[in-house]
Design a protein around this ligand. Structure first.
Ligand code: MN
Length: 247
């Protein structure tokens, strides 16, 4: 029996004083929900902090069979050639650089990639796309995407395009999702196409246009596993793609 695939999961940083220490220090931050979601479908989660050396990342890409780009703060706007909007917040250019390099290495290896929230945005930027820096001030007629109750509760619907991977995963053309983002995809990057949109036109899903195993969702399936079977099946998709991936 083949070994379970190793899934690289990106992480951010935060500063806080751990319980055994009095002084604040920088910490690796990866919500446990991503780790549990990957483990639950049979993957071996391997959390990748923002690393400095491209050679370290390339080694990890050689070890792993799948890549999960997790959520987090905003991507620095200069990464896609725009000046910062006043609402741009929580940027971490070091994390951006690490994840952009990780995606390039993964693409060179043909590694399957799942991007969630910040992760779908990172995927788009890595492929030369842009972002809407602040939905409330830049999308006319925008619905609420950054709800008062982040977590598992689903708060808005998305329309899922027929004939897409997301359509086959969800088995529906309308899905209620959670939402915790004030940014969204702008101009689409190369080799990607849209699989889902909210009622206001905000992009909520993308996939590889050429059959390359890329899936991106703007919502947080890892937080809503018990709400709809589709959310767990998104992670199963990554596991199945990772299982057939040969580094
Ligand atoms: Mn949304």
């Amino acid at each position: 029996m083949a070994a379970s695939p190793i899934i690289l999961i990106t992480a951010g940083t935060f500063t806080a004083a751990p319980p055994y220490h009095h002084e604040p220090e920088w910490n690796v931050h990866c919500p446990l929900a991503y780790v549990r979601a990957v483990e639950a479908v049979g993957g071996i989660p391997l959390v990748v902090p923002p690393l400095l050396e491209t050679t370290t990342l390339e080694t990890l890409v050689g070890i792993g069979q799948g890549l999960l780009l997790s959520g987090g703060g905003d991507i620095a706007s200069l990464a896609y050639g725009e000046e910062p909007h006043p609402q741009l917040s929580c940027v971490d250019p070091g994390r951006d650089a690490c994840e952009l390099a990780l995606v390039q290495a993964a693409l060179q290896h043909g590694m399957p990639i799942l991007g969630i929230c910040r992760g779908i945005q990172l995927l788009n930027v890595a492929r030369g796309g842009t972002l809407v820096q602040d939905i409330p001030s830049q999308v006319s007629g925008a619905i609420q995407h950054q709800g008062a109750t982040p977590g598992p509760a689903v708060t808005h619907t998305i329309s899922v395009a027929a004939g897409t991977v997301l359509s086959s995963i969800t088995g529906t053309d309308t899905l209620a999702v959670n939402s915790a983002h004030h940014q969204a995809l702008g101009r689409l990057g190369t080799g990607l196409h849209v699989t889902a949109q909210a009622a206001d036109g905000v992009i909520e899903g993308i996939e590889g246009a050429d059959g390359y195993p890329i899936l991106g969702v703007q919502f947080h399936p890892e937080e809503s596993l018990g709400v709809h079977p589709a959310f767990s099946r998104i992670f199963s998709w990554l596991l199945e793609a990772a299982t057939v991936h040969k580094p």
